[in-house]
Design a protein around this ligand. Structure first.
Ligand SMILES: *Cc1c(COP(=O)(O)O)cnc(C)c1O
Length: 382
């Protein structure tokens, strides 16, 4: 038995071969002269930052992208020495950690840039950074037509080193392309203005997964591969363009089972009642494990290659599913027992429950569902 599952029968399984496959698919799409940044923020979208980062670096990722300084420290403490780009500007109190752990920030205020440079100078180090440009998403960044002001206010500082310049698209995964085109042209305008005034932008990058596959003109010097690194399609438009493999599955083992008679209820509020002879099996996965309560009675689990309906309200730590004892299949083949494996999310044979399926049921995106599962369940690498 895997050591990580010895105390509880539920876990997240991550297929590193799928991650390698997806990186190679992205590399095929971008060609040889474009670098790849692997986005491993939020514990690699729930897949485990250290293992995913090591895999990505082995497959040729030139950069790792993170969202918090502590995520960068975790990678450094695991011995990863690749370029790390923090995809935001942290509070100024984080500057010592940036310098000590060699984490490049994304910068958009001159005040932060100067303080960062002065601290690095004191430590006799350089202050490498990427400049963020706001081209229309209106989240972070120097406005695209005010970039020269920022540069004039900061360029005197000798330790500041602009390693790259980037923006982020708000709608690269949307059907409608007008807003994307506007952001793209604003970005080109800003980069051209920098070059015209002899400010080297360094590595120019803007593509997330959706832009990488849909819009080759966005590749520039580097692309930032996030959700598709993990095998999800950012939108239906990308499906015909690339073959991705979903890396994550969620598995559990049956912890209890019983046969109910007609009318007996299951779980809090008993809003499910048996319509006939059914077997109810319990697994140790609940909404505190990322299996959202809103999924109750709307999802299927896979047991022995067949889908069975989850029934009753999903509890914090456990939930139940049903095997209809009157179905021909159940009578011939199934006698579910404690200790047998169940797939909560993933595939087996022809049966599949994907992150996309769960996201659609919850009315959210695959990113949010993927992030949730490993907050409490351990990650096992296959
Ligand atoms: C999260 C993030 C990405 C990755 O986006 P995907 O849609 O997951 O590919 C890229 N760039 C920035 C700035 C991000 O914050």
């Amino acid at each position: 038995m895997n050591d990580k599952t010895k105390n509880r029968w539920s876990w997240v399984e991550v297929d590193l071969a799928a991650i390698r496959h997806n990186i190679n698919a992205a590399k095929q799409a971008i060609g040889r002269n474009t670098r790849l940044l692997a986005v491993v923020k939020a514990n690699a979208y729930g897949h485990g930052a250290v293992e995913v980062a090591k895999t990505a670096v082995k497959c040729g990722a030139a950069y790792l992208g993170i969202a918090t300084v502590n995520e960068g420290i975790e990678l450094r403490e695991a011995g990863i020495d690749q370029n790390i780009l923090l995809l935001s500007q942290p509070p100024e109190t984080a500057i010592p950690d940036l310098v000590n752990f060699n984490i490049m920030p994304s910068i958009y205020t001159p005040e932060f840039a100067i303080q960062y440079a002065e601290y690095a100078d004191k430590k006799q180090k350089k202050a490498p950074y990427h400049l963020v440009i706001n081209t229309g998403m209106n989240r972070i960044g120097v406005r695209y037509n005010e970039v020269l002001d920022f540069l004039k206010q900061t360029s005197f500082h000798r330790s500041l080193e602009r390693m790259g310049t980037f923006t982020h698209f708000a709608t690269a995964d949307c059907e409608e392309t007008l807003d994307f085109k506007r952001q793209y042209s604003n970005f080109c305008e800003a980069i051209d203005a920098m070059r015209a005034s002899n400010f080297d932008p360094g590595i120019v990058h803007c593509a997330n997964s959706a832009a990488l596959f849909r819009y080759p003109e966005t590749h520039f010097d580097m692309v930032r591969l996030g959700i598709s690194l993990y095998g999800c399609y950012p939108c239906k438009e990308v499906e015909p363009l690339v073959d991705l493999k979903q890396a994550m599955s969620v598995k559990a083992k049956i912890t209890d089972e019983r046969i109910l008679g007609v009318g007996e209820g299951v779980s809090y509020e008993m809003n499910y009642r048996a319509r006939g002879a059914v077997k109810i099996c319990t697994i140790p996965v609940g909404y505190a494990d990322g299996l959202r309560r809103a999924f109750s009675s709307k999802i299927d689990f896979i047991y022995k290659g067949i889908k069975f309906p989850q029934v009753g309200n999903i509890c914090m730590d456990q939930c139940m599913f049903e095997i209809d004892m009157n179905s021909a299949y159940a009578q011939e083949n199934l006698d579910a027992q404690i200790g047998e494996e169940v797939i909560v999310m993933g595939s087996q044979g022809e049966a599949c429950v994907s992150l996309e399926d769960l996201a659609a049921i919850a009315g959210t995106n695959t990113y949010e569902i993927a992030c949730g599962f490993s907050r409490r369940m351990p990650i096992v690498y296959a």
